[in-house]
Design a protein around this ligand. Structure first.
Ligand code: ZN
Length: 470
């Protein structure tokens, strides 16, 4: 029995590893080919896992001393940049390939390239990508049957040759930058495969495509002298090659291809020429009609915005729902255990539907997420359900009759708490307190008639009462 179970588990592990391995290795649609051949052999990856405690802002800051883009930022912008690097790093698994050991500085550097590219965007996590595999140098890809320097796979893996990644930044103005190139592919793939991306980016990409096609044509005809020939391969490579030029020689790019350059500024919501302003787009982008004014109004400075919508729900849950639930729950004619069951179901549903969206994307950590569910999402949803149930009422009403078995005491308002046969609704004062003006009718044996309406969610609530004499 036990051996059978063990066998079954091993079988599933094997199947998973096989399928997953295929997915991860499979289809590298946008890969940088190596021009010189070299020998390389895939061996088992050495995973680099991060512990949250390791990632201090000072350490990230220190490890980015080599990066001019980062060094030119103001202090508050650097803090935001480091925060993004930290969250990006934590959401990916870094693996060293062919015996390469991935160090902290390497993971920071690779993450920083992604953050540089997405610095103007709201969504920078590239959540579709779960793994980054770093090779010491060019590597052989069985799928492409070629030696590659890097690639971004639609299955969510990014491949990089460390040697070429470093060279890309070392020669900061030669317009070759492997890291930015592959992350440009990843950013584009993420808009079709991922769950989080900037909608503005997706819409505006077609604008870039419009300006690009004459340029792509001239590259193909060999008449172009700014972007390299590889950019003429297709729109994906054009975008990736443009990104390399955009960050490495922005002023020259703006001079040579102002239309494409300005479109890239809008697309990525940053302008690498604006070093003094943390690369923010300035109002001249709007005034010189680079961006039409309606779009300018919609552009936001996401880099400094850290607030996530789940925090608003948490605050609403803590400060608003107690008041509403205090009013909404008492008239409800279902037992408290059913209400608790509803609340629990909301928590389970909320966990299942939102864990990926909120925790995996680093908007909240696990503890914050649990607080969000318990004090935010659960109470807010309960309030909405009970509130709507009371606002949208189904036709008809039901009536329940119970004999009075006793009167307890007067409440502070002078009203009476009464007891019904079979202890019905004893714990629900909203149903069993009657007005002091009915005191003449409150007698053992008389009948309390409760009328209920039912709301849109099928939950009955008290509509009124009458007392009938026996
Ligand atoms: Zn490429």
């Amino acid at each position: 029995m036990l051996i059978g179970l063990l066998f079954l588990i091993l079988f599933f592990v094997f199947i998973h590893a096989t399928v997953y391995g295929k997915m991860a290795e499979g289809n590298v649609p946008y890969a940088e080919r190596n021009t010189q051949s070299s020998r390389g052999r895939l061996v088992m990856p050495i995973p680099f896992r991060l512990r949250t405690g390791m990632l201090r802002t000072e350490d990230i800051d220190r490890s980015l001393h080599w990066m001019p883009y980062y060094q030119k930022l103001s202090k508050p912008a650097k803090d935001v940049f480091c925060g993004r690097v930290r969250e990006f790093m934590q959401s990916k698994e870094f693996s060293g390939m062919m015996g390469l050991e991935v160090h902290f500085d390497m993971a920071v550097s690779v993450s920083a390239a992604a953050v540089q590219l997405t610095y103007g965007l709201e969504h920078y996590e590239l959540s579709h990508f779960h793994s980054i595999r770093i090779f010491p140098e060019v590597f052989y890809s069985k799928i492409n049957r070629n030696y590659l320097k890097g690639g971004a796979s639609e299955s969510g893996v990014i491949f990089l040759s460390w040697k070429h990644f470093v060279e890309g930044y070392k020669n900061g103005a030669d317009t070759f930058n492997l890291g930015l190139h592959e992350f440009a592919h990843a950013l584009k793939i993420n808009t079709t495969q991922g769950s989080d991306f900037d909608e503005e980016f997706v819409h505006y990409f077609t604008e870039l495509e419009k300006s690009s096609s004459p340029v792509i044509d001239s590259i193909r005809r060999g008449e172009h002298n700014f972007l390299r020939k590889y950019g003429g391969t297709n729109m994906h490579e054009f975008f990736a090659v443009c990104v390399e030029h955009f960050f490495e020689v922005p002023k020259l790019f703006r001079e040579k291809l102002p239309d494409v350059y300005n479109k890239l500024c809008v697309l990525l919501n940053q302008d690498p020429c604006e070093e003094q302003r943390d690369y923010r787009l300035t109002s001249h982008h709007a005034s010189e009609r680079i961006i039409d004014r309606s779009l300018w109004k919609r552009m936001k400075d996401y880099r400094y915005a850290k607030w996530h919508w789940s925090l608003s729900i948490l605050l609403a849950g803590i400060f608003l729902t107690p008041y509403f639930l205090f009013v909404l729950i008492p008239p409800v004619a279902i037992s408290s255990s059913v209400l608790w069951a509803m609340y629990t179901a909301f928590l389970i549903g909320g966990f299942a539907l939102q864990y990926r969206k909120i925790v995996k994307q680093q908007a909240l950590n696990v503890t914050q997420f649990i607080f969000y569910l318990l004090l935010g999402f659960g109470p807010v949803l309960l309030t909405l359900v009970l509130g709507l149930n009371m606002l949208i009422i189904l036709p008809g009403e039901t009536v329940e009759q119970y004999k009075m078995t006793g009167v307890a005491r007067m409440t502070s308002d002078g009203d009476y708490k009464i007891f019904l046969e079979n202890d019905q609704y004893t714990d629900n004062n909203a149903l069993t307190i009657v007005s002091k003006y009915d005191r003449d009718l409150i007698r053992k044996g008389n009948v309390l008639e409760l009328s209920f309406k039912t709301g849109i969610f099928g939950i009955p609530f008290k509509n009124g009462y009458t007392i009938r004499e026996k």
